[in-house]
Design a protein around this ligand. Structure first.
Ligand code: SF4
Length: 348
């Protein structure tokens, strides 16, 4: 049974409902039961983006959302990754325990290669020549970011990591690295478990991954009208071309919203009503938007309370980073001792 949890998020600015359902709602539950460390992954943001001009502002805006949603700095340690240099130090040590081919086999790396090559069909495998061309455009930092993720987790000796299934290969790598270190140098790291959360994956209003930069996001601060307009655009069962034809909620983005925001009992009714064509998509979307708006009632006002209090947010993050450095510093001391590079303990 896990006792210490670690999770982080890249500084994206104002968060959208995909972040809320996929991570923040779960963070709030976890902090009731576990010792939690939640961090702003600013170094991770730099693995895919060389323009750093928005990081500070995006950090503050994102943390306003964390606090407004209920992430509580009295219960959880909230901090900034780059203010805890032990992440980078441990990343460097752990890099020695990995091979490049192992990292290049990770699905995120392969997916990124295809993105660089602009291959949109997931079934198409790039040729050797294309791979070489794409590799020359990918930074060393990007290839190694799953090792940085392992360092993020292991620096706190966290034994639980809330992850979606898409992150499983990264957690598996962290487990392998922890095990390899322990076998080579002695036990320092607990082997972290994944805490799977069964949350629906909320897609953007155009059917792609929800993202601020793609302009397809719905925010918890939006009004009912804005939410409704977003939900109206969402993709439904593509086979349901007419109201009289029954649909399949399991392939419908709007049903995912119901899974997140509507009661279980009503979900079953909607599922059946969709199958038997007793509910139309327009009506179903209206209901999904209304349920979402109900969940975030008062949220925009709670968030607005933080406007003008940016300094206070930075102080919360500074204090959290100080606590994080203490814990991560103790781990790194143990790492040095096990690596026999704890020079203060040298004997003549
Ligand atoms: S009725 Fe609802 S669940 Fe069914 S396809 Fe339409 S929007 Fe999706």
């Amino acid at each position: 049974m896990a006792s210490r949890i670690l999770s982080g998020m890249r500084p994206t600015g104002k968060i959208h409902i995909g972040h809320m359902v996929g991570a923040i709602d779960n963070w709030i539950e976890l902090q009731k039961k576990y010792e939690c460390f939640y961090f702003v992954a600013d170094w991770h943001a730099m693995t895919t983006e060389t323009d750093t001009s928005g990081i500070k502002q995006n950090t503050v805006e994102m943390v306003k959302d964390w606090l407004s949603a209920g992430v509580n700095p009295e219960k959880s340690v909230i901090f900034i990754q780059s203010l805890v240099p032990q992440h980078a130090e441990l990343h460097m040590v752990l890099s020695m325990l990995n091979t490049l081919p192992r990292l290049e086999r990770l699905p995120t790396y392969k997916g990124h290669l295809k993105q660089v090559l602009e291959i949109t069909d997931p079934k198409i495998e790039p040729t050797e020549e294309q791979i070489d061309r794409a590799r020359s455009k990918i930074s060393y930092g990007f290839v190694g970011y799953p090792v940085l993720m392992a360092a993020d987790i292991l620096a706190y000796r966290a034994d639980g990591v809330p992850v979606g299934e898409d992150q499983d290969p990264h957690l598996e790598l962290a487990r392998e690295i922890a095990d390899r270190f322990n076998r080579l140098y002695g036990n320092v790291f607990p082997i972290p478990e994944s805490l799977h959360t069964i949350t629906p994956r909320i897609l953007g209003t155009d059917g792609r991954k929800m993202s601020k930069s793609l302009g397809n996001a719905i925010h918890p601060t939006d009004t009912l009208e804005v939410m409704s307009a977003g939900v109206r655009k969402m993709l439904t069962d593509p086979q349901r071309s007419r109201r009289e034809i029954g649909g399949n909620p399991n392939v419908c983005s709007v049903y995912d919203l119901h899974m997140a925001y509507t009661s279980e009992e009503r979900n079953l009714e909607i599922h059946q009503a969709c199958n038997t064509a007793q509910i139309g998509c327009t009506e179903c979307k209206r209901e999904a938007a209304a349920q979402m708006a109900k969940k975030y009632e008062g949220y925009a006002e709670r968030r607005a309370v933080w406007d003008g209090r940016e300094r206070q947010i930075i102080e919360i993050l500074m204090e959290g980073s100080r606590k994080a450095r203490e814990i991560a510093g103790a781990t790194l001391q143990q790492v040095r001792e096990h690596l026999l590079i704890d020079y203060e303990n040298i004997t003549a």
